[in-house]
Design a protein around this ligand. Structure first.
Ligand code: NAD
Length: 432
């Protein structure tokens, strides 16, 4: 099939590349001419495991093309994906300006039947809005479909190629549904067909539920700390219940971040308010997450009282491992807190630190986790990169000036850390 993907971010580039690698002819379009130029020169704008090879291979054999011109790319295309950002506005509502701009552009340039697929996460009713915008320009036949994306950064290619499910929402036309089913046929996974609005809601409800699980277990963790229980064991015990499930999102830690959960929770809260159905549980989910993002700093302040002339190492800035994405990352909240108290900061992240450097050029960056520990009073572990899991702890001890480790992802074992003489703190686990 001839396909256009608009937006070459985390979702668009992965979608375009994976569809090309299935044998489709794909053009990825972006308004950012720098990104498009870089892609043509083999420079990939994001870090996503396995993506670079796949992008280059499909570009070299001509199945993947890049363009800044949606008008040209649309010529002869059967499907156009909208995969642009939907960031939160000040009030939490999803900002649809990029989706709307693409819809206008599609409308102006259509001259034959096409399936317009909304892959961006959008408020319920946006599919209808896109239809109305296109109809202002184009009187011919076309269909708008909602096909929310569930990939996770860090395992995006695998998630795209082996999804748990594909959701296709369409109101009026089985022709569009058949085209979409055909497109995804090689993935051999359950395909759920719904109306447009239900498909849009499935995405928000799924992300909100996952975020809620995290805030739930984090609230349990805070109680565990007070009563002397171990949240890791609690979570293990809960997951053995088949109604909860072994893959449940029940890892306690210093909060969720990224470009999806924070904004999608806020957007759904907003949708509830706009429809006079306040989503009060979700409002709490958001509040708990804000508290968790501040928790490591609060622990640090409790231990030291005065942070004057303290030096802290931060391991991990990305909101999760295997990505360079730092949007709404808990580490950013922690950095702000530390800077407000005059703390010196050493930073190490395997791939995200260049993105942080753009925001905070004056912090101390290191290319090795051990180097970042030189003469620090405290180590804060914020992202659970594999790189941090089997480190040489006696070397850590030697390099640090202090012995305080605050582990925001529970990657070390308290018994071992205390045995080695660290003043070790984590989330929701027994103090030994
Ligand atoms: P992103 O910010 O990484 O990329 C968006 C891209 O769209 C940018 O390259 C931008 O230049 C481009 N763009 C903006 N306006 C454009 C226009 N008019 N024409 C062409 N290109 C334009 O965003 P993302 O993280 O890929 O997210 C895209 C959507 O997918 C969002 O709605 C998001 O909620 C959703 N989503 C994201 C993820 C994720 O893990 N990142 C997962 C599932 C769903």
């Amino acid at each position: 099939m001839k396909i256009v993907v608009v937006g070459t971010g985390y979702v668009g580039l992965v979608t375009g590349t994976c569809l090309a690698s299935l044998g489709n002819e794909v053009t990825c379009v972006d308004i950012d001419s720098n990104k498009i130029e870089n892609l043509k020169n083999g420079i990939i704008p994001i870090y996503e495991p396995g993506l670079e090879d796949l992008v280059k291979r499909n570009y070299e054999i001509g199945r993947l093309k890049y363009s800044t011109s949606l008008a040209q790319a649309l010529f002869g295309a059967e499907i156009v994906f909208i995969a642009v950002g939907t960031p939160p506005k000040e009030n939490g509502e999803a900002d649809l300006q990029y989706v709307e701009a693409v819809a206008h552009e599609i409308g102006k340039n259509l001259n034959d039947y096409i399936v317009v697929v909304n892959k961006s996460t959008v408020p319920i009713g946006t599919g209808d809005l896109v239809t109305r915008i296109i109809k202002n320009y184009y009187a011919g036949e076309f269909d708008v479909v909602s096909n929310p994306e569930f990939l996770r950064e860090g395992s995006a290619i695998n998630d795209f190629m082996q999804p748990d499910r594909i959701v296709i929402g369409c109101d009026n036309n089985m022709k569009a549904v058949e085209i979409m089913k055909n497109l995804y046929l090689p993935l051999n996974c359950p395909i759920l067909i719904t109306d447009l609005k239900s498909a849009e809601m499935i995405k928000y409800a799924s992300n909100a539920f996952l975020a809620m699980s995290i805030s739930f277990i984090n609230s349990v963790a805070k109680i565990c700390e007070q009563v002397g229980a171990d949240v890791e064991k609690v979570s293990e015990g809960m997951k053995l219940d088949k109604r909860i499930g072994k893959n449940a999102f029940l890892s306690a830690g210093c909060g969720y971040g990224g470009s999806c959960f924070p904004k999608d929770v806020q957007a759904l809260v907003n949708i509830g308010r706009q429809n006079n159905v306040p989503f009060t549980i979700l409002e709490e989910v958001e509040k708990v997450n804000c508290q968790m993002k501040n928790l490591l700093f609060e622990k640090l302040l409790n231990i030291y009282n005065d942070l004057y002339q303290k030096r802290v190492a931060i391991w991990g800035i990305a909101f999760k491992p295997n990505t360079d994405d730092i949007r709404f990352a808990p580490a950013l909240t922690i950095i702000e807190n530390l800077l407000n108290h005059g703390v010196q900061i050493n930073i190490y992240d395997p791939v995200a630190q260049e993105n942080v450097r753009k925001m905070y050029p004056d912090l101390n960056y290191f290319n090795d986790p051990y180097q970042a520990l030189h003469q620090v009073d405290c180590l804060l572990v914020i992202t659970d990169w594999h790189d941090f899991k089997q480190v040489d702890k006696s070397k850590i001890k030697e390099l640090m000036r202090g012995n305080l480790i605050i582990d925001g992802r529970n990657i070390y074992q308290p018994e071992e850390m205390f045995g080695l003489g660290f003043n070790y703190h984590s989330i929701g686990r027994k103090k030994i």
